[in-house]
Design a protein around this ligand. Structure first.
Ligand code: AKG
Length: 324
């Protein structure tokens, strides 16, 4: 697939249709950067699709939480069959054992205690596609994508994926927002994090904490704010839940204070216009078989196809609606 990457760079952006020349009196204007009815229709149709999917899946309350608090959690019942969560967790643990050459001590959780991770006492695994088709299912998870699309639009892509195994330790993860571009951040989400909780996420197990409503601040916390434990509101959810947050939301995590492991799968998405730090390049891991067995959106999510390089999508983005 590596060779195919360049194909998505060959776009019709340069092939302006003849009618893209607009006229005002005796003046002629290139239509490339002009809004037009087609762009407006395209953007509104995208909005209607996104809203319809939210309603169909019964996610309006979750959208309400995203708007109000900046984060939400789908219940295990909303996420789907427990077998999916069990398989995801076991696949991640088996992969960590294969890659590290160590059997994971699930009872004590100390197997990776010497890892020096930016996330605290967390062992992270990247490069999951191609290891097992379950990761393709996780990416195409319908309720997750409905919320991601609400936040980032239909052209968003997977910036990176990360499986995380957290053991006991003493390090808090400081409060931070995920975007890395200049501030103030736009109030509309530019990136978003989705985390499948594959074991219980509790205070004792070192769960993720949020500052409710902080997505409206559109900036990073100061150093003092990042370490102010009085602002850490823990989100406790059972195994099988899915946590989703607006990219601007301040979040951190508690240290795990009990033996054992907290296992999760993070999928982090971005708008094409907001890829301010280097995303993973999935072109070399996406196979024709993967593309054939997944819906067309799979190619967009993995950056193999970027719709915003096509003229009609490019123009629709510029209408200002945030759903295309
Ligand atoms: O480990 C956690 O609970 C939070 C992880 C985190 O901050 C992230 O994935 O961006």
């Amino acid at each position: 697939m590596a060779d195919k990457a360049s194909e998505t760079r060959i776009t019709d952006l340069n092939n302006l249709p003849a009618d893209s020349v607009a006229r005002a009196g005796d003046k002629r204007f290139a239509g490339f950067l002009l809004n037009d009815d087609g762009a407006e229709r395209w953007a509104r149709a995208a909005r209607d699709r996104v809203f319809a999917e939210i309603e169909t899946l019964g996610l309006i309350a979750n959208v309400g939480e995203l708007e109000m608090k900046g984060y939400t959690a789908l219940t295990p019942e909303q996420v789907g069959p427990p077998a999916f969560i069990d398989q995801l967790r076991e696949t991640i643990i088996a992969l960590a054992e294969k890659r590290s050459g160590q059997a994971i001590d699930r009872a004590s959780g100390v197997t990776f205690e010497d890892d020096n991770s930016p996330y605290g006492q967390v062992h992270s695994l990247f490069g999951l596609f191609g290891e097992d088709p379950i990761f393709e299912q996780a990416l195409m998870h319908r309720p997750m994508l409905a919320l991601v699309t609400y936040l980032l639009g239909e052209s968003c892509f997977l910036h990176h994926e990360r499986a995380a195994i957290k053991g006991p330790g003493d390090q808090y993860l400081p409060m931070h927002a995920d975007p890395s571009g200049p501030t103030p951040y736009p109030w509309i989400s530019q990136v978003c994090n989705t985390t499948f909780a594959l074991t219980d996420h509790t205070i004792e197990s070192g769960t993720t904490c949020f500052v409710p409503g902080s997505h409206r601040l559109c900036r990073q916390p100061t150093r003092e704010e990042a370490m102010d434990l009085s602002s850490f509101v823990p989100l406790e959810v059972p195994a099988g839940s899915l946590i989703v947050w607006h990219g601007n939301s301040w979040h951190g995590a508690l240290p795990r204070k009990q033996p054992g492991i907290r296992v999760s799968l993070v999928q982090y998405f971005s708008r094409p216009s907001a890829a301010s730090d280097v995303p993973r390049n999935f072109n070399s891991v996406v196979t024709p078989e993967m593309l054939a067995r997944n819906p067309p959106r799979f190619a967009t999510l993995l950056g193999v196809d970027d719709p915003t390089l096509r003229l009609e999508s490019f123009k629709a983005q510029r209408t200002g609606y945030s759903f295309c």
